[in-house]
Design a protein around this ligand. Structure first.
Ligand code: OAD
Length: 258
């Protein structure tokens, strides 16, 4: 049962959304946590036991591609056993409600938003289902099929890599631009399940708030306060798989489970 204080905040958030013409959402690993996908920043600073530099940088891949593929194959295999949770479904329902006045930018590479029925998903950090050839640059959606230890391009034979954005790499220009454009035009900006420490994704929050006057109302949904909390007008602290469905219910938006 939410406290009185949090009930007031949920009502404020629902009222802001009810009056919003345009809505943008930024999600991070926390939105998939209740599906059983581990988040990134554990207290030991490791990603599932690995140093970030070893498994999520171009240098890590160049020095030990076998280890990197082992890591991503493990994550791909894990995704075969998870399904979208009520938070993903609630966001898909929001898109059906606001249609082209709604955009969902995600830092997640797990594909769970699409599996929940979201269509306009701006995948800022790529998608773990896709591979990219290090030789001919061909991108292919390989679903979640096992890819082997050192998968090779079926076209040119060069080594494949996951089509995701690693540290020290650029985000896809067109997707980032679309997210920035949407953020700068929205009335409500929801920040869900992200520690908001990785840029340029986290930069969408001040962009939404400061591009126009008055800027967007920023609503943060997280288990706890983050680097972005000082920018939030409304903070809803608890699991997104509970809070998002509650919000759409208050708005009278119907949720369809895929
Ligand atoms: P983090 O692991 O940094 O943060 C996850 C956030 O989710 C934390 O703030 C948690 O408090 C919150 N959280 C956990 N469970 C939650 C729940 N059930 N409901 C709501 N919130 C919950 O993940 P990100 O912020 O997504 O980049 O990390 C951003 C980027 O850093 C990732 O996309 C990845 C990583 O390096 C790349 O791979 C380029």
């Amino acid at each position: 049962m939410p406290s009185m204080e949090s009930q007031v905040e949920i009502e404020r958030a629902a009222a802001a959304l009810a009056g919003a013409e345009r809505v943008v959402v930024l999600t991070g690993a926390g939105v998939s946590a209740e599906s059983g996908v581990p988040t990134f920043r554990a207290s030991d600073g490791l990603w599932e036991g690995h140093r970030i530099e070893d498994v999520a940088t171009p240098y890590g891949f160049a020095s030990n591609p076998r280890l990197v593929w082992q890591f991503y194959n493990g994550r791909r295999a894990n995704l075969q056993n998870v399904t979208p949770n009520p938070g993903h479904h609630a966001l898909a329902a929001m898109e059906r409600h606001w249609r082209d006045r709604f955009a969902l930018a995600t830092q997640n590479v797990d594909g769970l938003h699409r599996r929940a029925g979201s269509e306009r998903v701006l995948e800022l950090h790529g998608n773990i289902q896709r591979t990219r050839c290090t030789g001919c640059a061909q991108v292919e959606d390989r679903g979640l099929e096992p890819l082997g230890e050192l998968p090779q391009c079926p076209r040119c034979g060069a080594m494949l890599r996951p089509d995701i954005v690693w540290f020290h790499e650029m985000l896809p220009d067109d997707i980032l631009w679309e997210a920035q454009q949407a953020a700068s035009e929205c009335d409500v900006f929801l920040v869900v399940g992200t520690s908001a420490v990785v840029y340029p994704a986290a930069g969408l929050i001040p962009l939404a708030k400061q591009t126009r006057t008055p800027g967007a109302t920023v609503i943060e949904i997280n288990l706890n306060a983050t680097e972005a909390s000082h920018l939030a007008d409304i903070g809803l602290y608890g699991p997104s798989g509970v809070i998002l469905p509650l919000l759409v219910q208050k708005l009278g938006i119907k949720v369809e489970h895929a």
